[in-house]
Write a protein that binds this ligand. Structure first.
Ligand code: SF4
Ligand code: SF4
Length: 328
């Protein structure tokens, strides 16, 4: 008998689908294909029944239409593993608008490169009525619930505040925000101060000029100012704010930029950073089991040396980077 804790816990809202997990490039079982945004047709009892049905299929290893058969997360069931009708991890990923335009962004294919300046509704469907419905039908684990904002940037999502307030009102353990931090949000600051939030961003540079090349807006100074305010609010030597550096060919893949990035982080009190390769390039290396070029090897080593010198917490947070690091 098999069991998958990801399936048991996760609910993910994508633009075109509402589905279970999104791990290691696997996209798990689907609950709603092309949900049309009409909350009157959103059937919470169906969601509950479908979850149970898929759970039974996994348990009995009936994989007809499921993408789970060879998944790393599917394990032999133990006595502690039980079905839960409630979700404890929700990914919000159902809008694609953003107030900057990173040239490597996956969302460009949806947004056609448009930089959104004002708050807008998602182009796909509203989250708020679904979230309220999930609470009403007792489908969220109020004590343990963790919510992750992915999507475009929540700064331009009209529903952002009401969605957060709904989670806070009905019960949540933590919210993980991903943002470019061009806009400062007092609600994020307050939650960081209460240790009920974490913040994740990709800065990818240490200078205003490189920032402009990558993000296509001139907001480096605003981002740094906002990060400083979040750090201050966190009242911690190690704020739960992770700043990523994605190595981008011929743009920021040089020593000077990495040194400026680390120095800037040090100046503003950020102590958690992570290094990534641009994901299309990283997947290419991973899939072909190619060795990483020497130039990148040196930059990766430099990045981690500087982290050690400055007592930063750093990691290589995905399987592709793990592969690359162990094959340096
Ligand atoms: S087995 Fe894999 S694909 Fe299936 S639900 Fe679990 S994590 Fe997702
Ligand atoms: S901040 Fe994120 S969502 Fe916005 S353009 Fe950059 S990668 Fe895309």
């Amino acid at each position: 008998m098999k069991y998958c804790s990801e399936f048991n816990n996760v609910l993910t809202f994508f633009p075109d689908k509402i589905r279970s997990c999104c791990v290691l490039g696997n996209l798990g079982p689907v609950y709603y294909e092309n949900y049309n945004g009409d909350i009157k047709t959103f059937d919470f009892e169906y969601l509950k029944a479908k979850k149970k049905e898929i759970y039974e299929q996994q348990l009995n290893e009936i994989f007809n239409n499921l993408p789970c058969e060879n998944c790393f997360y599917l394990k032999d069931k133990t006595d502690e593993d039980r079905f839960s009708p409630k979700f404890s991890l929700v990914y919000l990923n159902s809008w694609t608008q953003c107030n900057c335009g990173c040239f490597y962004c996956d969302r460009l294919k949806y947004s056609k490169g448009k930089i959104t300046k004002r708050k807008e509704k998602s182009e796909y469907y509203d989250l708020l009525p679904i979230i309220k419905g999930l609470y009403k039908h007792d489908l969220l684990d109020r004590e343990n619930l963790r919510v992750v904002f992915h999507g475009g940037d929540f700064s331009v999502l009209k529903e952002f505040k009401p969605v957060v307030k709904t989670f806070l009102k009905y019960g949540i353990r933590k919210i993980d925000f991903s943002s470019n931090n061009i806009i400062f949000h007092p609600i994020v600051k307050d939650l960081l101060a209460k240790k009920k939030a974490s913040l994740n961003m990709s800065l990818d540079c240490g200078t205003r000029e490189t920032y402009k090349l990558i993000k296509r807006v001139d907001k480096f100074n605003d981002v740094i100012k906002n990060l400083k305010k979040y750090v201050k609010a966190s009242k911690s030597d190690s704020p739960e704010i992770n700043v990523k550096y994605i190595l981008l060919k011929d743009v920021n893949d040089n020593e000077k930029e990495i040194q400026s990035f680390i120095q800037t982080m040090k100046n503003i009190g950020i102590t958690r950073v992570s290094l990534h390769l641009e994901h299309k390039y990283a997947n290419e290396l991973f899939e072909n089991k190619n060795k990483i070029p020497i130039h990148y090897k040196n930059l990766i080593n430099l990045f981690f040396e500087l982290c050690k010198e400055n007592n930063f917490y750093y990691d290589t947070p995905d399987d592709v980077m793990d592969y690359i690091m162990t094959n340096l």
